[in-house]
Design a protein around this ligand. Structure first.
Ligand code: SF4
Length: 364
């Protein structure tokens, strides 16, 4: 086996290699070109956990792969199952951090939909006031291989492939743009898991530069924006990212996001009693979104220890929805899923494995 060029820094992550990079490695290793496709299929089509499982790849080539790459997969640490069938998967990364993914079956079993919510960072730097992940602070970006590995481990656990992937777990995906873009390529590639970009949604708290880069991907995945306020005054307070990219800049980027036929931008709106749930908010929301192919998901706040927020009453939530709907806007109330195991939106904090620490601002 030919020796490869020396790497500066840690060796590359095997599961994060793009097909072209694997082709290049195989060529440098002096192996036939078809080995690259074989290896990629094992990694991403079958999602194997160990190199030994690559039974049609010669041992010498597997040994070289192991020597020259980081191959340590995520370890599945705990699985919790909620009363509604939602399952929260807690993983440990190779360097010991905890991250979480959530498998969410459709409420209507006949639809046979299985959504997997995945994490993109250990913790998060964005400090949204209503979100449990924010209390962890930011530790590091997940590598592309660690992002896709969540999908393959969840697939093995569920015994079937998720029908939909959403980047709505721990972290701000567009803060980790390069690894997320790489993960999208890996997940969509015809040699691998072949996810359609139409079945993948990237959710952002509003990083305008990231939205522009995401829209430039070909093909672009679906876009969701966590909006949560109708005035800059309120959004500044509950989402500090708004001070950098206020609502007008955010909605301009949303309006320019490329959408193929029938697709819409999803706007998530976490309802906080007395903060953003007034009639005036309900009336402003559709006016703000005018001209953008959009749908709105109202998310009654999922509580956790700490912030002084409350979920609005069921009546307030319904009234808010009705006022928005009266304008012709598509608006849905998202039933909290897995909230009894802290798996609902905004509740992921990998409890027990991480120590809560003060937030440190990070340049984005
Ligand atoms: S809502 Fe998203 S972006 Fe905001 S702190 Fe939580 S994980 Fe980060």
């Amino acid at each position: 086996m030919t020796a490869l060029a020396l790497h500066v820094g840690p060796p590359p992550e095997l599961r994060g290699l793009l097909p072209d990079e694997l082709v290049g490695w195989v060529a440098r290793a002096g192996a036939p070109a078809y080995r690259a496709e074989q290896i990629f299929r094992w990694l991403h089509g079958h999602g194997v956990e160990s190199l030994e499982a690559m039974t049609n790849v010669p041992t010498a080539l597997r040994d070289a792969l192991e020597r020259e790459h980081r191959t340590r997969p995520l370890a599945l640490d705990t699985v919790q199952t909620a009363a509604d069938g939602t399952r929260k998967l807690r993983f440990r990364t190779g360097d010991g951090h905890a991250i979480e993914s959530v498998l969410i079956p459709d409420e209507d079993a006949e639809r046979d939909k299985l959504t997997l919510c995945i994490s993109s960072q250990v913790g998060c730097a964005l400090d949204c006031g209503f979100c449990a992940t924010a209390t962890l602070g930011f530790t590091r970006h997940l590598l592309a291989g660690e992002i896709v590995e969540q999908v393959y481990r969840a697939t093995a656990l569920a015994g079937r492939r998720p029908t939909n992937l959403v980047f709505m777990g721990m972290g701000e995906p567009l803060h980790n743009f390069d690894n997320v873009a790489r993960a999208l390529t890996l997940l969509e590639h015809p040699w691998g898991a072949t996810f359609s970009p139409r079945r993948i949604t990237v959710s952002t708290s509003g990083l305008v530069s990231g939205i522009e880069k995401l829209g430039a991907l070909s093909p672009a995945p679906n876009l969701a924006i966590s909006l949560n306020a109708t005035t800059d005054e309120v959004r500044d307070r509950i989402m500090p990212v708004n001070k950098r990219w206020p609502i007008a800049a955010l909605l301009k980027a949303a309006g320019q996001f490329p959408l193929s036929h029938g697709r819409r931008v999803t706007f998530e709106y976490v309802l906080l009693a007395g903060v953003n749930d007034s009639d005036a908010d309900a009336d402003r929301l559709p006016r703000l979104l005018r001209g953008i192919p959009a749908k709105v998901n109202l998310i009654p706040w999922n509580g956790f220890e700490g912030p002084a927020y409350a979920r609005p009453s069921a009546e307030r939530i319904r009234t808010f929805q009705e006022r928005v709907r009266a304008t012709g806007m598509a608006v849905y109330i998202r039933t909290p899923r897995g909230d009894d195991i802290d798996a609902a939106c905004g509740q992921l904090a990998a409890r027990d494995l991480v120590t809560l620490r003060p937030w440190q601002p990070t340049t984005i």
